[in-house]
Design a protein around this ligand. Structure first.
Ligand SMILES: [Zn+2]
Length: 469
């Protein structure tokens, strides 16, 4: 887009003045500005995943109390599992699923009792001055995404790294508004002109929705969405409608936890183990008996894949209108348009990258789609992914010509040409959801993408091909 000559001259002069100023603000990338804009000087904001941010009452006062703590999240959820274990033998008998499902649901409901239908909980501060890595370090706190924040802190200085604390129960559309205020606040607080944005999982969906709604404001330099729930996940719909616990996936998780790569073929027999069918029924009973709480979270509706969402609306017609209105906006105005919205952001000088994971196994509650244990790969990336135990076939042609280059993985499992960002989506094999910091290549890819001065594509850096196996 050509600007009038006088504006070009003016912007060159202004760029020169800003470049010489001590704050080194980050510039809008324009044709006049030829590449010396420094992403390291754009503060980075980290949006972590679901369940992880803490919730408080009376935050910032002497009576402050943490009602949901991220450090206790996993133990709490494991506690639900542990409470169920003594009831498991019941699954061997007809009707035992009720005992098991109810026991787990009762524990879950007690854990989340604070949550139902209330908006009266605070998150950790959303004031920029209390959300920087420097502030956390000085107050003996650590970021949830610790490894990433440490890496960024080393490269950018801890003053330039921020975390966005959000209430994970809220719907995405409202969370985007809170994020917008936070981004504007960080820009004002640091004096930078743009920020870098990292979103993990649900946080990636929030970041993606922000870019769709407000990307045209041009405040984001680089955005990296890691295993983002851009299309939701099949997990929730399956959980309620047709739970099918995947034995092979569980064996792989267990193997990895023990440091073994158990490369088992699909454990078809797991479905026929004594009690397996009852176990799936118990999961359904659990889902139904915890619905009063989970379905009061707007985010839970937002995380459903759209056709599951429609069926769930019919099955649970009493859910408040406000939740459905906001989730309709996400499902029908935002989710279907990521590809064009991201392309538009790119036109405006924002680099967006997506990192998706894939395995040869279905997601935990899934049926036939490949995913990263929790989210199906096609819903993270928009790419076409061959179902479990299948390939795209030897005569397969990629859906979109794209840049003319190949976007089909060597194992013939992924066609990235139809992804939201065909040239800027990476696929990492055998990586589980949210485990990016456990792998050096994955972590350095994220840091390099976040702090890149130029657009990095899957063809521009030989260390980072589109398919990392
Ligand atoms: Zn291409």
């Amino acid at each position: 887009m050509k600007k009038p000559f006088s504006i070009r001259i003016l912007s060159i002069i202004l760029s020169a003045i800003f470049a010489l100023s001590p704050a080194f603000p980050c510039f809008a990338q324009s044709e006049e500005y030829n590449g010396s804009s420094d992403a390291k000087n754009c503060p980075s904001i980290i949006i972590t995943g679901y369940f992880l941010p803490g919730l408080y009452t009376d935050y910032g006062t002497e009576r402050q109390k943490e009602v949901w703590a991220m450090k206790k999240t996993l133990p709490k959820l494991l506690g639900v599992a542990a409470a169920t274990v003594p009831t498991l033998p019941a699954l061997l008998f007809p009707g035992g699923e009720k005992i098991c499902g109810k026991a787990a649901a009762d524990t879950f409901n007690r854990l989340f009792e604070f949550s139902k239908g209330s908006n009266d909980y605070d998150t950790r501060s959303q004031k920029p001055q209390e959300a920087s890595l420097t502030y956390y370090n000085n107050n003996g706190l650590s970021f949830i995404d610790k490894d990433l924040s440490l890496e960024l802190g080393k490269k950018q200085g801890t003053d330039n790294v921020f975390t966005f604390a959000y209430d994970w129960r809220d719907n995405v559309v409202d969370t985007v508004e809170t994020l917008k205020i936070f981004i504007d606040g960080v820009i004002e607080y640091t004096g930078a002109e743009k920020i870098n944005l990292f979103g993990l999982s649900f946080g990636g969906l929030v970041a993606g929705a922000y870019l769709s709604k407000y990307g045209s404001e041009g405040k984001i330099k680089n955005a990296v969405l890691d295993v983002p729930a851009l299309g939701g996940t099949e997990a929730i719909g399956n959980f309620f409608e047709q739970p099918e616990i995947q034995g092979n996936t569980i064996v792989n998780i267990a193997g990895d936890a023990l440091g073994l790569r158990v490369n088992v073929k699909r454990l078809a027999f797991a479905k026929n183990l004594p009690g397996a069918e009852n176990f799936n029924k118990a999961v359904k009973i659990f889902a139904e008996n915890t619905a009063d709480i989970t379905l009061s979270w707007g985010s839970f509706w937002d995380l459903m894949k759209t056709d599951d969402y429609e069926r769930m609306k019919t099955a649970y017609p009493d859910v408040p209108n406000d939740i459905i209105e906001k989730s309709d906006e996400l499902h029908y105005s935002i989710m279907p348009n990521f590809r064009s919205a991201f392309a538009q952001c790119r036109e405006n000088g924002t680099n967006i990258s997506i990192i998706a994971n894939y395995t040869d196994y279905p997601t935990l509650f899934g049926g036939s789609e490949r995913g990263d244990i929790l989210i199906e790969t096609y819903l993270e990336s928009g790419a076409k992914i061959a179902p479990v135990n299948k390939t795209l076939g030897s005569n397969y042609k990629q859906i979109d010509k794209c840049c003319g280059k190949n976007h089909i993985s060597k194992d013939s499992v992924i066609d990235a040409s139809c992804a939201y960002l065909p040239d800027s989506t990476w696929f990492i094999k055998d990586h589980y959801h949210g485990t990016y910091s456990k792998d050096k290549t994955n972590l350095s890819l994220i840091v390099d993408l976040l702090l890149a001065d130029k657009t990095i594509t899957v063809f521009s850096d030989s260390r980072y091909p589109q398919f990392i196996m």
